[in-house]
Every structure is written in C-alpha cells, then in structure tokens.
Design a protein around this ligand. Sequence first.
Ligand SMILES: *Cc1c(COP(=O)(O)O)cnc(C)c1O
Ligand SMILES: [Zn+2]
Length: 380
Amino acid sequence: MITVKCIKCKNQYSLNDIVWKCNCGGLLDIDFVPEFTKEKIKSRKPTMWRYREALPILSDGNIVTFNEGFTPIIEVKFNDIPVLIKQEHLFQTGSYKDRGASILVSKIKELGIQRVVEDSSGNAGCAIAAYCAAVGILCDIYVPQNTSINKLAQLEYYGANVKRIPGTREEVAKAALKAAENLYYASHRWNTFFLHGTKTFAFEVCEQLGWTAPNAIILPVGNGTLLLGAHIGFKELFNSGIISELPKLIGIQAANCSPLVEAFFDDMDHVPAENEQPLAFTSTIAEGIAIVEPIRGSQILNAIRETHGTMLSVQEQDIKSALLEMGKLGFYIEPTAAATIAGINKYLALANPDHSENIVSVFTGHGLKNTEKMIKALND
Ligand SMILES: *Cc1c(COP(=O)(O)O)cnc(C)c1O
Ligand SMILES: [Zn+2]
C-alpha cells in the first residue's frame, strides 16, 4: 500500500486524502516500494511515464502528460575532461520542472481538484500552469515582481492567474501560503508528489547509462527539488537491486546566496532561519536558486551526506563565464543553469584530482527563459 507520511510526527494519510502538509505542520513524504521491470520499461515510449510502476498515480486515466522526459544526454568536455550533461532545458516549458508538474498535476486531477495555487521564481510556475492548462484546471501563480518578462509571458499564454508580489522571494511564498488556506497548494517546495516526478531524472540517467549509476551527479540546489528527487530516485533503484551504489550528490549554490553550503560546512543538520544566519546574502544572476530558507533544508543536507557528496558555491563571475562558454559550444541555457556548469569547473579543479570519475550533470533551464539577463551577461 502506498501511504503519505509526515516526516515529523509520522502521522499517515492515504493517497486519496487532499493534503499537502501534515496537520502538525510537518512535511509529507510518500511511503512506497516501486517496481522496475526492465522489459516492460523498454517496450514503452521514451517518456518519464515508462517507469509507470514507480510513479504514485493510481489510475492511468488521470495521467497528465506532454510525453515529457527521456531528455538526451550529451558529452561536454571541460578542459578535456568529459562530463555527461542531461539536457533538461529541452522540456515542453523549458525546464526540468515539467517532471514534477506532470506527476503533481496528475495527482491533482486524480483528487478532483479544480483550482490550485503555486509560487515560484518562474519556472515551477510555468510548468504547473502548462499542465493545468492541458486539463483545464485553474491556477493562481505567485511570482516576484521582477520575474523575467519571458516567464511572465509564458504564464499568461498558459492562462494562469498571475500575481506579481513586490519584495523578496520569501514574501512571495508567504502570500501564496496565505492563499493556500483556501486552495490546494501545488507547491514544488512542499508537495511530495513533485519530488516523485523529479526522481525520474535518476531513472533516466541510470537507464541511459545501461542501468548503471555514475560516480557523481552535479546538481543545482535552491529548494533542492531536483537534488531531492534524484536522491529518492537513486535510492529506489538501489533498494530494488538495480544499482549497487548511490552516486555522490554534489550540490551547487551561488556564493551570493548559499545558506546550504554554510550549513553543510558548519556541520549543521538544518538551515537556520534567515535572521539567525551568519551571512547576509545578496542577489545573484542565478535567480532560480536564490533561496534563503529552503524548507527541505535538513533533507538536502542528509541526502548529500548520505551519498558522501559535497557542496560548492560559485561566484557571479564564474557563472557568467560558464554561461558564455556554453554558448560558444552551441548550448543556450539560462543563467541559473550556468551556476551548475560553473560548479562542474570548480568540482573538477578541486575535488577530483585523477579525473577517473564518471560524472553526470544537467542543463536545468533554457536561455530563452530570460532574454534580458542573457543580453546583460553579454555586455557586463
Ligand atoms: C528550479 C530550478 C533550479 C533549481 O531548483 P531548486 O528546486 O530550487 O533546487 C535550477 N535551475 C533552474 C533553471 C530551475 O528552474
Ligand atoms: Zn505531522
């Protein structure tokens, strides 16, 4: 039986309960043993839904999909060292968030919910809005006032009810939480179903590498929706006996906003509240991962330590250089995605002296997502 369980008080809910957090306020996770039958998987279309028996949606009739997933992996050389990059900027809405949105909106459909609310710096909102549009579910998307005009246009085209909120990202979240008192919160940060979509990243990496796991995976971390999903996915593969070792998870943050890196190296098991953090953070070109209080912070720190991974922070100048460097190779990615690429450079320089590791990383978002910032980075 699949249940939904509070990570704090262990209270359980059924898959049919309309809940996104526990009555005690705790985060929910799905308690679930997936199945992987390689022959079945191989016989299906190349989409993330080929892992059907590992996805917690009860009825096939509720699946909301654009045939997303199975994004190509390409080898890119960094100073002659090959790294495999999964091209997650090639999704329907231009970022990997479609993985989470496909599962979460399927679940929302399954629950019979007609209207939802979500907040995001842009990409998660775009993904939720597109999948809601596909099945006629209304959505209110809260975004910061300064969200890129490209993402705003995208949201409007999908028919979302866009709410631009002045102030910080945290203030946007607060406004959405208030709205979530009356509407279902389709939150990529809170909602456990979202992570059971992003976990398919791990399944695909594994299958595309001939059902093996790489040694290390380099991923961005703001709220950790890709990193935590990857962790769930690789653990499910490990527990099913498909892989024999978990890859090291290497989490990248922009130095200008790196509360998780601080907590990691201070040996903390959680990220302190903003007013208790030792550093005051400033803005970064990697707007999509500028998260001061990641609500799943403890889980992120756990995941990285459990896999013997590490965290790295990258400077603004290095993010811009990585962005330009990728463009010269023919890859047009958004600035937030370039933070991860700067992280690859740093990881290769610092942490892997013999370069014998098999490394996978990711382009998380498309450059067409933020034209203004792309032009600014050219001229800076
Ligand atoms: C969402 C996003 C990230 C990182 O996501 P978190 O869930 O905050 O860790 C990275 N890059 C892009 C382009 C994104 O949209
Ligand atoms: Zn609880």
